[in-house]
Design a protein around this ligand. Sequence first.
Ligand SMILES: [Zn+2]
Length: 387
Amino acid sequence: MSFSSLVHDLSLRDANAAHPNRGVASTVSTMDDRTSRTSHISRAMSYTSTAATSVSICGDISSQLHGGYCHPLARSWQAERQLTKSMLIYPLFVSDQDDEELLIPSLPNQYRRGVNRLIPFLEPLVHKGLRSVILFGVPVRPGVKDALGTAADDPEGPVIRSIRLLRQRFPHLFIVTDVCLCEYTSHGHCGILRDDGSLNNQLSVDRVSDVAIAYAQAGAHCVAPSDMNDGRIRAIKLKLIEEGMSHRVVLMSYAAKFSGCLYGPFRDAAGSAPSFGDRRCYQLPPGGRGLARRAIVRDINEGADIIMVKPAGQYLDIISDAKELGKDLPIAAYQVSGEFAMVHAGAKAGVFDLKAMAFESTESILRAGATIVVSYFAPEFMDWLSV
Ligand SMILES: [Zn+2]
């Protein structure tokens, strides 16, 4: 029987069933007949609609995908990783003005706070489920910065005081400290300079690793060097071992940190813009995918516990590479200040909804391979997410 004659035949039966006295079949229908007829009719109708939508039923059944994500829960199951509150690390800028609370104009809704302002600000967020923060120290007092970044590990400086305070007040909050010198050096570069203005790698690594140890001794759960000097992961790991702390401190490497124009609002917040030159000789060039892969492999081999990619949204391929190269490590990504400011600017201009884009941009970072996201949206996500 051809397809069209099958449809015709079953349609005729359908008409006869509706008007039994008009057709040729006038015998009393049994239940079995009716069941069989219904199934033929529904099959015919399905064939008809299939033909009408030009989808081949004798072709590839795997072409039919819609059923797999027809329900909100089924849609969420399509993601390898679900965004949860515990994946988020919130950046905090802590200044050496204890009572300061200053809005950062280029970084929407973000403030620079003194130590005395931290607890009241964090209390409701921790209550809602914030699990981790990353601290950036911001010395604003005149005369604090010098060529060696001495203030970075000042025991009375904002980072070390904040670590102690947060450990005491929020015993379950995981405290990450960014480790770099650029906020504390008079020249604004991420290390100690030679006379010609280039980075002295050895001196820089010695100094950066000392700062990391000071933060770990103060109680940081995780130290995260962002300076990009060669060999600093190994140096920090060795000092953690020497100090008997390697078993209780996570070492997170900003392994693939790219130079570029997305850090502008952060530099306003942290006061860390270089006074001359730029950071292109130690941060990675935006096109340097192979270089990023080498840096990731190097830092894994030097003892990193977590690999970070920064920025995130423009470098999803690098996050994916990090997940492939470091398949046995957690991968973090930093949605940086410029990305965050762009989402706000786009929403303000009516291009998209803020919350929708906050989710889409963050979920794309997870899709690429990250399971940890450093995000300025963390406070909003504490309200938007249920777990
Ligand atoms: Zn730096």
